[in-house]
Ligand binder design. Sequence first.
Ligand code: NCD
Length: 332
Amino acid sequence: MTTENKPIQHILNSDQFDRPFLDYFCHLTDAIRKMDKTKEGLMYLQGLLAHRRAMLYFTQPSTRTFLSFQSACQILGVKTSEIRDSATSSERKGESIDDSLRTFSSYVDLIIMRTSTPGLCDRIAAVLDKTDRPVPIINAGSGPDQHPTQALLDIYTLVRSFKKEGGLEGKTFVMVGDLKRGRTIRSLSLLLALYPGVKIIFVSPQEYKITEDLSARLIKKKVNFVETEAFTDAIAVADAIYMTRVQDEYDVTGEVKPVDYERFHLKKSHLHMLKENCVIMHPFPRRGELDVAIDEDPRARYWRQERNGMWTRVALITKVLGVDHHILMPEL
Ligand code: NCD
C-alpha cells in the first residue's frame, strides 16, 4: 500500500508525513478548491461527512486555526461542539484532562485540540487508542512543540508559489523570529527536510535560537542549515521568508531579559533587497515584525496562506475520516 492510500489515525507531529503523502495531500487540496468553484461541488462536499461530529478543544488562544477548522467542518457538513476554556469544563472540578478528553470521545468522531502542553496530544491519542472507541486526534498546536497542520498549509502555500519555478527543491528558506519557542518553524522545518537540496537559514537573536533537539533532528536528516543574526544578508538570498512573532506568552515571570528584536523586523524599506519572486509568509498573528505596508507587495503571500489553511484542513479531515477517495474520484 502506498503512503497516500494508508489510513491515518491521528495527526500529531509533522514528521509523521513522508514525501508521497505531501504530494498527494497538495493534489487533494487542489481538487477540493476546484469543487469550491461551483454550487454542485460545494453541495457535494456538504454531504460528504454530514453524518459526523467533531469536538474543537481549544484551551489555548486561537483565531485562525480555530475558525479555519470550524469552517472546514462546516464545508464538509461535520457538526461541531467546542470547549475554549478549561474553566468551563469539569477540569475545573478536578477531573483529569485524560478523563475529560475520553469523555468527549464518547460523543464525537474526531477531536481537534490546541493546548499549551507539549506532548499532550500524543498522550491523549495513546489513551484513546486503548479504548473501544479510539477517535482520531488532530493536533492544532501543542505549546512550543508542534503545529503539524500549520506546516501542511505552509507546504501547500509554498508548493503553489513555486509551481512554475521547479518546486521547493533546491530553494533557500529564511526563518526569522523566536525560533526557540515558535512551533510553526519547528514543524515546517521538519517537512522542508523532505525536499532535496533545500537550504534553511535560521535568523534570530541569540536568545531565540532554535533548540538543540531541532538542530539534532535536522542534522540527522542531512538538512543544509545555518544559524545567523545577519538579517539583511539572509533576506537578500531568500526564495521564501517566513516571519514569526516573539512568543512571549511562554515567558516565565521575572526571568525575561529585554531582547532587541527590532533589527529582525521586515520593513517596506527592505523590499528592494529581496529577490523578484521571493515568497513572504507569516503564520499570524503579526506584530511589528512584518510591516503592514508590505501587504500590497505581490510577494506577500500571508493572506493567501491563511485561506489555504481552511482548504488544507478540509483535505485533512477527509483523509482522517476516510473519505478522501470520494474527492479524487476520476469523474469529479
Ligand atoms: C501560530 C501558532 O499558534 O503557533 N499561529 C497560528 O496557528 N496561525 C503562530 C503564533 O501564534 O505566533
